[in-house]
Design a protein around this ligand. Structure first.
Ligand code: FES
Ligand code: FES
Length: 227
């Protein structure tokens, strides 16, 4: 299974409300079918059993008040249930580090950590992100000091247009958190769900190597590291 497949599965399976983006769309389809089906007389028992939506939980379509925990802060926001975590952050909370590029779980520009796992924020409904700890690229630097991964991207000029960069930085951080001494295969798996249309892969590879060394030094010293 590829890295991007894993992240899409994460979006599908880590749904506290049981309504993933795909399930929501499916549910909308079922509700549409139900709208047609209601013209066909149902027995009272069948109708009660169907609950009007054939058991699919319906939230909205009007805005719902939710609270998201992003970069350590609880953020209240009102969004329609169809809104993704990415759009809630960018459009309603002014957290714009994660980028909206493909909006369909293929490029990785929107990558964030959700309870420590790398996910595509465009493939998770905001309502499903409630109760989870979300970390975006904005959380990495502190007091003007860049995270070693960010610094390594600067040092190795690992970006051109920069649209993919926040996603790659989060993917690299996740990779090195889980694999302090990454093998070539670890790197391929860890970054395989992110695409750079400008082709800065050589710089990114060098940045991963530098960041791994720097993060190891900090761990050895027992020092405090950003992020
Ligand atoms: S914008 Fe989310 S994967 Fe491309
Ligand atoms: S730097 Fe332009 S897409 Fe990666």
């Amino acid at each position: 299974m590829s890295s991007s497949d894993e992240r899409r599965d994460q979006a599908e399976n880590s749904s506290p409300s049981g309504v993933s983006r795909r399930n929501f769309l499916k549910g909308t389809g079922v509700a549409g079918v139900a709208g047609v089906a209601l013209t066909i007389p149902l027995s009272p028992e069948a109708e009660a059993k169907a609950g009007g939506t054939f058991g699919v939980p319906v939230i909205g379509p009007e805005k719902t008040k939710i609270t998201l925990t992003i970069n350590g802060a609880a953020r209240a926001v009102e969004v329609e249930p169809r809104v993704t975590l990415l759009d809630a952050m960018r459009n309603d909370l002014d957290i714009t580090g994660a980028k909206r590029v493909c909006d369909r779980g293929t490029c990785g520009a929107c990558s964030v950590l959700m309870d420590g796992k790398l996910v595509y924020a465009c493939s998770i409904l905001a309502i499903d992100a409630q109760g989870s700890k979300i970390e975006t690229v904005e959380s990495l630097s502190s007091n003007g000091t860049l995270h070693p991964v960010q610094q390594a991207f600067v040092d190795h000029d690992a970006q051109q247009c920069g649209f993919c960069t926040p996603g790659f930085v989060m993917a690299c951080k996740s990779l090195l958190d889980h694999h302090p001494n990454p093998t070539a295969e670890d790197i391929q798996m860890g970054l395989g769900g992110n695409l750079c249309r400008c082709g800065t892969y050589v710089g990114i590879k060098a940045a991963v190597a530098q960041a791994a060394t720097e993060m190891k030094k900090t761990r050895t010293k027992g020092g405090k590291r950003n992020g």
